[in-house]
Design a protein around this ligand. Structure first.
Ligand SMILES: Cc1cc2nc3c(=O)[nH]c(=O)nc-3n(C[C@H](O)[C@H](O)[C@H](O)COP(=O)(O)OP(=O)(O)OC[C@H]3O[C@@H](n4cnc5c(N)ncnc54)[C@H](O)[C@@H]3O)c2cc1C
Ligand code: FES
Length: 489
């Protein structure tokens, strides 16, 4: 797996080994889960947080960490889908999430390099009309935005929309500081404690420990073990990031463009972090080409030198640009980050805290987890059909295991079986079933991350078949490669 710019040694928490009682059990140690645990602990609740790996081992640590109400969906799209009043509510919720993160970081003295800065949205010449439309939509959503000349030091950007008073931070320092603050306020945190089953009365971990709780919160980025409720309303995308040396000063800020797939840019000291080149998970295996495209694009728009880092991560899009937050079938969920998951995760924590405490929250209905989202239905229908088509891969051929280079994987056909075969750096083959345990699609090898990715609903597995990302609940099933296929002739 690639290492992100923000990687830090994780804080040390023990695994859960005995049964516990709690008011609320939170599953998932990313920004959504840790913020929920923190806010409820601040209200005096007995909170238990369970994390499968380490605090921050999910998408929060792979983010570009821009905290902003300048969203991946354009405001004119949001206004068309949800109406102007709701577009105002959407803008307000993201602005308040940024304020909440700043308030917590300052109140808990979390040294996470949080700074306030503007966001700049720019467009290629053929999309200037969209920029004007977006200016009007953002202003009517109540945002403090204006059209400005290209910011100092940038290259070929053209006019930009400048949104004031947004923010950036170090996501892993924030998350680790927040986990410590939650613990100080009484929350019990356990890592290496994957939840394997749950209902409205509690959860069970992989080693059989149970947490009985009045409230269960699934903050696992996508709900674990979900078969249909969310999987068919989410579209998982792989997104790519690189960092490059800045060779001259540019105006501090976040930068976005309007192309599809779009590019996003932030600064960290003398580095420019550039992201984009997204594709549906499992439907491309050309990471290095995508990193190179980001580099070419960065050189066209910013004064940059050598490339330093490259990594990728996963975002979950929804048809209407809003996360799903709230109660669903007896548990609480936060999912569907739409690339704005640091603010959506914080909004989720605020909404769920209020739902659990029986308080009014102005955003509950907006983000309702059970809504049938509006959006481009035809596109989503097409995606559903494409996902179904991936089930048809069962009848197609497969590679030859003798062709697999050390450190690579391939799907091999043996009789009626399809096998996910990985050859480790020492030449040894590791074989699992290529059938995704979620709904049975054939997984694809991801050369960039050395993982098996499912093209249907975005589950991911390590090279050895262990679960990395839901909605699947388990890893790839054990399988044997017949002995005559193991060695070259
Ligand atoms: C490259 C990139 C750039 C991004 N840029 C931005 C940005 O600029 N601004 C923004 O707002 N958002 C951005 N995002 C999105 C944002 O980073 C994520 O949406 C957000 O961090 C997700 O937080 P989370 O808590 O929902 O999930 P995660 O951080 O993924 O946390 C979920 C946790 O749940 C754990 N888990 C899963 N299953 C189980 C289980 N069964 N039992 C126990 N634990 C489990 C996982 O191990 C993980 O630690 C970006 C994302 C990427 C990939
Ligand atoms: S994630 Fe649904 S079939 Fe793999």
């Amino acid at each position: 797996m690639t290492t992100s710019h923000w990687a830090l040694p994780p804080p040390s928490f023990a695994p859960l080994i005995q049964d516990l009682e709690a008011d609320t059990v939170v599953v998932g140690g990313g920004i959504a889960g840790v913020t929920t645990a923190y806010l409820l602990a601040c209200e005096g609740q007995r909170v238990v947080l369970l994390e499968r790996d380490e605090i921050g081992s999910g998408e929060t640590s792979r983010s570009s960490a821009q905290l902003t109400a300048s969203l991946d969906f354009r405001y004119f799209e949001l206004a068309a889908l949800h109406g102007e009043d709701r577009a105002r509510l959407i803008a307000r919720s993201h602005l308040e999430a940024v304020d909440e993160i700043e308030r917590i970081a300052s109140g808990e003295r979390i040294a996470c390099d949080l700074v306030r800065l503007p966001s700049f949205l720019f467009a290629p010449p053929e999309q200037q009309k969209d920029l004007m439309r977006e200016l009007a939509a953002m202003q009517s959503a109540g945002l403090n935005v204006q059209m400005v000349d290209p910011p100092a030091g940038t290259l070929n950007l053209g006019p930009c929309l400048r949104l004031e008073h947004q923010a950036a931070f170090h996501p892993v320092r924030y998350l680790q500081g927040l986990a410590e603050a939650a613990q100080r306020r009484g929350a019990k945190i356990y890592t290496h404690s994957a939840v394997t089953s749950y209902d409205s009365t509690g959860v069970v971990t992989q080693n059989g420990a149970r947490v009985h709780a009045a409230h269960v919160v699934l903050a696992t980025n996508v709900p674990v073990a979900d078969r249909v409720k969310f999987s068919f309303r989410l579209e998982p995308y792989r997104t790519y990031m690189i960092s490059l040396d800045l060779t001259a000063a540019i105006e501090p800020g976040h930068y976005w463009d309007t192309v599809d797939p779009y590019h996003y840019v932030r600064l960290d000291g003398d580095l420019l972090l550039v992201g984009g080149e997204d594709h549906v998970v499992g439907r491309a295996d050309d990471a290095e080409k995508r990193y190179r495209c980001l580099e070419v694009w960065a050189r066209e728009h910013f004064p940059v030198g050598q490339r330093r880092e490259a990594w990728s991560g996963q975002v979950e899009n929804t048809p209407d640009g809003l996360a799903y937050i709230g109660e669903s079938a007896g548990v609480y969920v936060v999912t569907g980050d739409v690339g704005n998951g640091l603010t959506h995760g914080t909004i989720g924590a605020l909404v769920i805290r209020d739902l659990i405490l029986g308080r009014e929250n102005a955003w509950t209905e907006l983000y309702d987890a059970n809504r049938v989202p509006r959006g481009n239905r035809l596109e989503w229908l097409k995606e559903g059909i494409t996902a179904a088509a991936h089930l048809g891969e069962w009848v197609t051929g497969g590679d030859d295991p003798t062709d697999i280079a050390p450190g690579e994987g391939a799907v091999i056909r043996q009789g009626i079986r399809k096998l996910a075969v990985y050859r480790d750096e020492h030449g040894e083959l590791h074989t699992r079933s290529a059938m995704c345990p979620h709904f049975g699609c054939v997984v694809h090898w991801n050369t960039g991350e050395k993982s098996w990715d499912c093209p249907c609903h975005g589950s991911r597995f390590t090279a050895f078949g262990d679960l990395l990302h839901g909605p699947a609940r388990t890893g790839l099933a054990a399988e044997d490669l017949s002995s005559d296929a193991r060695t070259p002739d």
